[in-house]
Design a protein around this ligand. Sequence first.
Ligand code: FES
Length: 176
Amino acid sequence: MQPTNKDQAGARHHPSALELNLWQSGQEPGQLIPLLQKTQEQYGYIPEHAIKTISSIARVPESEIYGVITFYKQFRLKPLGRFLIRLCDGTACHVNDAKTLMTLIKEELKLDAEDTTADGLFTLTPVACLGCCSLAQVIMINDETFGRLTPPKVRQILKEFRQRAVSPAAQGGPKV
Ligand code: FES
């Protein structure tokens, strides 16, 4: 889709990188999912300003776009934390008490209804099998995997990631 005359007529309207990206993608009005996917690829989530942009480009009311975003789990309205914790809730991990581990991590990070800590450091999300069931219980933090977890081990891992966030020297990852 190309910019409309109305868009071009606004003397001070400079298309944002997102608009250009979406226009160049050639999406037709109404094809919300690809537009949202493209936006999330760019930002890591769907920011409010992008919803306004998509609304005008696709000619779909913002309320409808919010409806689509909240319907599909793949879309996020908030940025991910710096450290993404994937807690495995596959069969092997589930029987090894993934639920208790989830509760523990939520308590440690003071997460209630939100999945991301207020300081933007951690996001916690349950996932299906991470492919290393013999290590159950397993979590991944970004691209690092931690297995055979116990509550003290988990507390230590979180502590070391917090230290890593404030100390550039501590980039080697927790030694657990
Ligand atoms: S069930 Fe957790 S790694 Fe497979």
